[in-house]
Design a binder for this molecule. Structure first.
Ligand SMILES: Nc1ncnc2c1ncn2[C@@H]1O[C@H](COP(=O)(O)OP(=O)(O)OP(=O)(O)O)[C@@H](O)[C@H]1O
Length: 263
């Protein structure tokens, strides 16, 4: 574990350099939300951000997405500075972003049509992701006919169909029940293995962070800083049974201790 972060064996593709974020609150006082954030992530890594409520996880994710310009510092992706949003960076939030008036297929095709891809390519790409998220047979259903987990799968397919290099996920499974959440985590790992994108995943859930991640960035609050980075020493592919193993519980305990020291 280290605060520093830049991997020595492979050049990082995403570099977060000296990020500081200040906000002006409603009463006019200045709030320093993030300070001196320096991180480097390799291509295809699965990274989670974890830390107590208000430590700036979502703000950091929004900066990486290009939705928020930091007070200081910059984000480099493959050597280029991130400015504004891009289709190459897909975002998934707790509340899904499916359109209620479009069918499953049309939701997934929506972004592809905006890219002006040929019609047969749009259809083929949508078919591929509908199958990958296990929604074959539901192509013509409307979101109101689906369960929360199925809607989430449409949401993931919608974003993944655009083949983003970077998937930025802000507590995407936070509103789901435990069983559905576990299923979605396993499904997400399969999609990630297929798509080959780098994932940055914000969560409060220790088990989720350990199950999914290669590395977990632990943020300390007031102002948000990188406290440490935990390497998750669990092999892949990760199956459901892993959650009950001693090695999994040991990793979870380690993360729990790292977070407790902040309290
Ligand atoms: N646009 C804004 N203007 C003012 N303050 C903001 C703004 N956005 C975020 N904040 C403040 O920044 C701090 C960090 O917020 P952020 O949502 O990034 O934290 P978080 O770690 O994701 O929290 P949680 O785990 O509760 O979702 C909070 O105190 C929040 O009130």
């Amino acid at each position: 574990m280290s605060q520093a972060n830049l991997d020595q064996t492979e050049a990082p593709s995403l570099i977060i350099q000296n990020i500081r974020q200040d906000f002006i609150t409603l009463d006019g006082t200045e709030l320093n939300v993030l300070d001196n954030i320096n991180l480097g992530f390799r291509e295809r890594e699965f990274i989670s951000f974890i830390g107590h409520s208000g430590c700036g996880k979502s703000t950091l994710l929004r900066i990486i997405a290009g939705l928020q310009t930091p007070t200081q510092g910059s984000i480099l992706y493959k050597g280029k500075k991130i400015k504004g949003t891009s289709a190459a960076r897909g975002m998934v939030f707790q509340q899904d972003a499916v359109f209620p008036w479009l069918t499953v297929r049309k939701n997934i095709e929506f972004g592809l049509k905006l890219k002006k891809l040929p019609r047969d390519k749009v259809r083929a790409q949508a078919e591929k992701w509908i199958a990958l998220v296990g929604l074959g047979g539901w192509e013509d259903a409307y979101p109101k006919e689906l369960s929360g987990g199925m809607r989430k799968r449409v949401d993931l397919a919608r974003v993944y169909a655009n083949t983003p290099d970077l998937m930025l996920m802000d507590e995407p499974f936070g509103a789901l029940d435990q069983q559905t959440k576990s299923n979605m985590q396993t499904q997400l790992l399969r999609l990630w293995e297929t798509a080959g994108s780098t994932v940055i995943f914000v969560t409060h859930d220790l088990e989720e962070a350990v199950f999914l991640s290669d590395r977990i960035v632990v943020l300390a609050p007031r102002p948000g800083r990188v406290k440490t980075i935990m390497d998750v020493s669990l092999s892949r592919p990760r199956r459901e049974e892993l959650r009950l193993s001693e090695e999994f519980l040991a990793e979870k305990r380690k993360l729990h201790e790292l977070l407790k020291e902040d309290a």
